[in-house]
Design a protein around this ligand. Structure first.
Ligand SMILES: CC(C)(COP(=O)(O)OP(=O)(O)OC[C@H]1O[C@@H](n2cnc3c(N)ncnc32)[C@H](O)[C@@H]1OP(=O)(O)O)[C@@H](O)C(=O)NCCC(=O)NCCS
Length: 185
């Protein structure tokens, strides 16, 4: 085990006057927060993060029990924002069965800010616009809750995520370092 410092950006964007309508890829749909979906969010978060850089930065993301605990913590906060918390699902057949494939959660932060907690898409569903659709749906929710700006933190080495956020108006406003114990094999 070695203590490693991960460089992260705090990024922010403005919500005022923007068209935030999500374009949901064909065959997918976005499900609003419902406490009955807590375990599905946790499972989807686990499948999205388990082999990714951020499971080194936040080891709980690499374990199903850790993701369950995290979802319980986020959704029980007094400033939890159901409006900015969405689950992406793919329709499997005409009988309405769904496969969950992405998750995003939001909370109300200080001074009119919203804060994105985690955005994750299960690997086989990436590069189809599902992440962008979830991001926009959450941004809409923050604005519906009366917030004007949204922040998030992203690991600088996470190129795909940084590109996604920059493409949709997020700019780095601060660099922070997160210490984590990393196991080298
Ligand atoms: C970062 C992440 C959320 C992006 O999700 P995604 O669903 O792949 O995002 P999108 O599909 O909207 O965009 C990803 C890429 O696909 C492209 N794309 C979007 N729709 C497309 C389509 N219909 N056809 C082809 N390409 C498409 C985008 O232009 C983008 O290209 P780029 O990588 O060159 O910038 C996902 O990779 C992930 O879950 N990573 C692991 C967890 C993580 O690190 N999360 C971020 C924490 S801060």
């Amino acid at each position: 085990m070695a203590l490693t410092y991960f460089k992260r950006y705090r990024m922010e964007t403005d919500l005022v006057g923007r068209d935030l309508s999500p374009i949901v890829p064909q065959g997918y749909r976005l499900l609003a927060w419902d406490p009955a979906l807590l375990e599905s969010h946790a499972q989807t978060k686990y499948l999205s993060f388990r082999n990714e850089l951020d499971s080194n930065v936040f080891p709980c993301l690499g374990e199903l029990t850790g993701c369950l605990r995290l979802m319980e913590e986020i959704s029980s906060k007094p400033n939890f924002l159901p409006e900015a918390t969405w689950l992406a699902a793919r329709e499997l057949s005409d009988d309405g069965r769904l496969e969950y494939c992405g998750t995003i959660q939001g909370i109300r932060a200080r001074d009119g800010y919203g804060s994105i907690q985690n955005l994750g898409i299960v690997p086989v569903h990436r590069d189809r616009g599902v992440g962008t659709a979830l991001l926009f749906r959450a941004l809409q929710g923050f604005r519906q809750a009366g917030l004007r700006r949204v922040s998030l933190e992203v690991t600088v080495e996470n190129d795909g995520a940084v590109r996604l956020y920059q493409r949709h108006g997020f700019v780095p406003v601060k660099t922070v370092f997160k210490a984590a114990e990393v196991v080298f094999s």
